[in-house]
Structure formats: structure tokens, C-alpha cells
Ligand binder design. Structure first.
Ligand SMILES: Nc1nc2c(c(=O)[nH]1)N[C@H]1C(S)=C(S)[C@@H](COP(=O)(O)O)O[C@H]1N2
Ligand SMILES: [Mo]
Length: 545
């Protein structure tokens, strides 16, 4: 055991060590959350988990006790527990290293677990807690060494500090265990060490506080916009979308026909979700037009808004992948706004731009025909979630998101494909991106334990703005067998399918293939996602006992 442990007497300074280290770690963790994963700060995730876990009586008691300050009280409570555990970790680390660091690491694990239980949690959600724990562990290790009365503290003592001549220890010298400093040298040196230590500990805690405040300031904009979003009541649609009950087969494990917002895939280049206040939002239509058009939020929501159901898909979706989702969108046809601007006859593209500079190139003809290409403000009955483009985004049936679905959209430039290029086009992707005919097996899941006998094979198939005519399933190299289709909501949405399989024992490969309403049969030719979307047949190996 290191020599330090015996001599770090008392518990106050060691406890200060723990508290300062944890303050440092939590501070940088909160800053990391602001940048990497908003709403995943160590404090918030632990608080949210506690709220979810608390039995109703505890919630009632908290509300009775603290009223509307119940959440603030919870955060203060977590803070107090954290200070106590941090203090204990400091004392432990001074006496029984590395157990203090282990305890701090466990706090990080609690934070990471809490973060991963949050709805919508991405892989990044555990990063703030991990960064907080690593920061705190390193700080604890460094600070404990500087506790007065330890060799390291002596070694870090500035040269020329008040000490009787001759008391200077040669660097690296070790003293025999149990040796004490000569009387007279102890006090002044101890006093210097103590001040030095408090400087280090205070510095660590101050850095943590500044980082936390910085993170807080960074998130202020998005919090304000989130609050504004919550006050919005969507206008009633002039045309409502209906989702027939028979569109949902209700098979466990199959993607629901309408994807809940919290489960909807998210893809964009935004490191931090742009915070756009609707009051300051406007959209400008310009370029090759007869007259420029500009529309504000208030003007947009006063227009007759229509509901439509459209399945969005990402060009980066691998065969069988999950970068696809279907929602009921509320919005206004882009064609109507373009008609006000009157595009010139030789224009063939609209370059849409988001507030953060992302651009997408959409064929003008697609935005002018009769499909539901809209400026959307609602998603499944709610204002757009911030990460899905609040307050306004584009939704265009039939095209991959990277050439059509601009979120936080603020600008439409009518132009030509030979005159302008969009964000992904300049990075190796195709300038046009019609969605390819595809199908996916959702159940049985890979690795699911199955018995020989009746097995439900089911999934989804899509070819937006064309529609699905049929889905077939193949077992091993057998004949293609027709699957049963659910009711399609429209040609712009995916459709669920099922195939009732009388499965023999053994290992088998299931394969799915869709046929479009135009007669196109899904190709088995395998192509990667670059430059314009993957092709190939989704297959799944299953084992039946
Ligand atoms: N502003 C902006 N809009 C964007 C993107 C982006 O990076 N920035 N990505 C696009 C891509 S590639 C896709 S697939 C869709 C995804 O929309 P979602 O995140 O709402 O599912 O948004 C599109 N709109
Ligand atoms: Mo995408």
C-alpha cells in the first residue's frame, strides 16, 4: 500500500478531494452533454430515471412537500447524495486506494445506465456520464496525491517555500516508513501543502462549475425553443389522413405501420440540433422565379394545411436496415408556394437549404406534380420534434431524405441541376435519389428460438409513389410463395406483409422479394448504399428445434 494512505489523516481534506473531483467530472460531463447528447447530462438522466422508478406515493409525497418545485427538489437531493458519496470516495481513496476511484467509476456506471434507459437514447447518450466518470477518476487520483502530508504534496511544493534550511528533501527521496518530519519543519511545510492542495481542489471544482455553466448556456437556446414548441397547438387539417385499421397486422416484432416519433430514425449532419424559434422563422423562395416569395410561420399556419402519410427512407439504409419510418405529416403543398413564385421554364431543380447550411436537390417536377410534397409542421399529431426539423421541414414522397427531406428548412432556390449541387452530391452521392423498391423481414428475429411447426414470417415492403403489388417469400432454394399484404395506406407508404410458414426442423434461409405496382420485381443484384441506395434481397437464417 502506498505510503500516502497512513498519513492522509483526518477526513475533511480527503472528503474535499472527492467532492472537488466529482464536481470537476460532472461539470465536464454536463458540457459534453450540451455538445454531444442534449438531455443526457449526468444529472438529468439520473433524475429522470428516479422519476420513472419512484412509486406513485413517493411522487405524491414529493409534490405535496415541494409543489411545483418538486423537480428542483429532486435535483438538489441528487446533488446532496452525490456530495456525500463523493466525499466518501475521497476518504476511501486517501486510505484504501483505488477504492475511491472505483466508487467514482460506479457513479459513472449509474449515470450511463440511467442515460441508456431514456426514451430516444442513442449510443452517444452514455458519453456524458462516461466523460464525467473518467474526469472525476483522474482528478481524484491527482488530487489525493496532493493531500498535505503526502510525499507528492511535498514534491509539488514550490521551491523557496518557507522551510527551515536543511529541511529540503532530495527529489524522489523516500523516507523509512514511520519516519516523521523533524519538529519545526512540519507546520510551515504542512501549511504550504495545505494551501497548495486547496488551490488545486478549488481549481478543479471551479473548472467543473464553469464547464457546467457553459454547457447550460449552450443549451439555453434549445431549451427556450423546446418550451415554445410545447405551447403550440397545431391547426386543424382541412384534409385529414386516415390510416385503415387493416393497415396494421399487429404482429409482435413487425415495425408498426405508423412509426411513433420517439422511434423514428434520425439522420442529419447537425452536431447540435438547431434551435429555431417559429416567431423568427421564414422561408424564402427565390432564384429562377418570376417573383420572390417569402412566408412567415404565422402565414404558413394560417393556410389550409393537409394531412398526408409518407414513408421517409434514408439512402444509407442497408438492405434489411432500420433507417426508414412512416408518419402522418401535417403541412402545406410546396407546389402552391412555387406557383406563387412562378419558376422559369428552364429551371429543373429546387435547392432547399436548412438553417444550418445543409442542402438538398429536388427535381422541380416532383415538387410541382400532384404528390404530397409538403412543407411539414406536424408529425403524428405533434409539432415536429426538434430533431426532426422543428418548426418546418420538407417531406416528399418517393425520394430519399438526402435529396428531399430538408429539416429546419429556410430557403428554396429554384435553379438547375447543372448550375448547383447539394450537400451530399459534392460528397460522392447521386444528384437524384428516387427510393428503390425494397422489402424487409422483421420476424422471426435473428437468433430467435423457434420450434418446427407454424411460424409467422412478416415484415414491410415499400416503393414510395409507386406502390407495392405483391410480396413473395422463399425458403432455402424453394419456389417463391406469395405473402399476404396488409391494406396499403397509399402508394407513398410502406405496407406490412405476412407469410404463414409450416417450418420443418433444421437451419433454413428465408428470403423476401417485393413486386412494385408498376410490375418491377425487386432485384437480387447486390449494390451498396453509395451512390444512390442499396439493392439486393433481405434474407434471414433461422434455426428450428
Ligand atoms: N437540415 C438537414 N435536413 C436533413 C438532413 C440533414 O443532414 N440536415 N438529412 C437528410 C437525410 S439524409 C434524411 S434520411 C432525412 C432524415 O429525416 P429524419 O431524421 O427526420 O428521419 O433528413 C434529411 N434532412
Ligand atoms: Mo439520409
Amino acid at each position: 500500500m502506498p505510503e500516502t494512505s497512513g498519513r492522509a489523516r483526518g477526513w475533511v481534506l480527503p472528503a474535499v478531494t472527492g467532492v472537488a473531483s466529482v464536481a470537476f467530472g460532472v461539470g465536464i460531463g454536463e458540457l459534453a452533454a450540451a455538445v454531444l447528447a442534449p438531455a443526457s447530462g449526468p444529472f438529468v438522466v439520473v433524475g429522470s430515471l428516479l422519476i420513472d422508478l419512484a412509486p406513485p406515493w413517493a411522487k405524491d409525497a414529493a409534490i405535496a412537500l415541494f409543489g411545483t418545485a418538486d423537480k428542483a427538489a429532486l435535483l438538489v437531493g441528487i446533488g446532496l447524495v452525490l456530495v456525500a458519496v463523493a466525499g466518501a470516495a475521497g476518504v476511501l481513496e486517501a486510505r484504501r486506494p483505488p477504492w475511491g476511484r472505483v466508487l467514482v467509476g460506479l457513479l459513472g456506471v449509474v449515470g450511463a445506465i440511467a442515460a441508456s434507459t431514456r426514451a430516444n437514447a442513442s449510443m452517444l447518450a452514455i458519453a456524458p456520464s462516461a466523460i464525467a466518470a473518467i474526469g472525476a477518476v483522474v482528478a481524484l487520483q491527482l488530487l489525493v496525491r496532493r493531500l498535505p502530508g503526502t510525499d507528492a504534496a511535498a514534491a509539488t511544493r514550490p521551491a523557496g517555500a518557507t522551510r527551515p534550511a536543511g529541511a529540503t528533501r532530495p527529489a524522489g527521496a523516500t523516507r523509512p516508513a514511520g519516519a516523521t518530519r523533524p519538529a519545526g519543519a512540519t507546520r510551515p511545510a504542512g501549511e504550504v501543502d495545505r494551501r497548495r492542495f486547496l488551490g488545486w481542489a478549488g481549481g478543479a471544482a471551479a473548472i467543473g462549475a464553469i464547464a457546467a455553466l457553459g454547457g447550460n448556456a449552450l443549451q439555453a437556446g434549445s431549451r427556450a425553443v423546446t418550451a415554445i414548441r410545447e405551447t403550440i397547438t397545431l391547426p386543424r387539417p382541412t384534409a385529414s389522413a386516415t390510416v385503415p385499421a387493416s393497415a396494421e397486422l399487429g404482429i409482435a416484432g413487425v415495425a408498426p405501420v405508423v412509426t411513433p416519433n420517439a422511434q423514428f430514425y434520425r439522420i442529419d449532419t447537425a452536431l447540435a440540433v438547431p434551435a429555431v424559434d417559429p416567431a423568427g422563422w421564414s422561408l424564402r423562395i427565390h432564384g429562377m422565379v418570376e417573383r420572390e416569395v417569402s412566408i412567415t410561420w404565422d402565414e404558413l399556419i394560417a393556410l389550409p394545411l393537409e394531412e398526408s402519410v409518407t414513408t421517409l427512407a434514408c439512402v444509407s439504409n442497408e438492405v434489411g436496415g432500420g433507417l426508414i419510418g412512416n408518419a402522418v405529416w401535417l403541412g402545406y403543398p410546396i407546389r402552391e408556394l412555387l406557383a406563387r413564385a412562378v419558376p422559369s421554364a428552364d429551371a429543373d431543380m429546387v435547392l432547399s437549404r436548412s438553417v444550418d447550411g445543409f442542402t438538398a436537390s429536388t427535381p422541380l417536377a416532383v415538387l410541382e406534380d400532384d404528390r404530397n410534397a409538403i412543407l411539414a409542421i406536424g408529425m403524428n399529431g405533434d409539432p415536429l420534434p426538434p430533431e426532426h426539423g422543428f418548426p418546418v421541414r420538407m417531406v416528399v414522397p418517393g425520394l430519399y431524405g438526402y435529396v428531399s427531406a430538408t429539416k429546419w428548412v429556410v430557403d428554396l432556390e429554384v435553379t438547375r441541376f447543372d448550375a448547383a449541387a447539394a450537400y451530399w452530391t459534392t460528397r460522392g452521392w447521386s444528384e437524384r435519389g428516387p427510393i428503390k423498391l425494397q422489402s424487409r423481414i422483421d420476424v422471426p428475429r435473428s437468433g430467435q428460438s423457434l420450434q418446427a411447426g407454424p411460424v409467422t414470417v412478416a415484415g414491410v415492403a415499400w416503393h414510395q409513389h409507386v406502390g407495392i403489388e405483391a410480396v413473395d417469400v422463399q425458403v432455402d432454394d424453394g419456389p417463391w410463395q406469395p405473402a399476404t399484404l396488409a391494406t396499403a395506406i397509399s402508394i407513398d407508404t410502406w405496407v406490412q406483409w405476412r407469410y404463414d410458414w409450416d417450418a420443418p426442423a433444421g437451419t433454413h434461409t428465408l428470403r423476401v422479394r417485393a413486386t412494385g405496382a408498376d410490375g418491377e420485381v425487386q432485384t437480387s443484384e447486390v449494390q451498396g448504399v453509395v451512390p444512390d441506395g442499396a439493392t439486393g434481397l433481405h434474407e434471414r437464417a433461422v434455426q428450428l428445434g
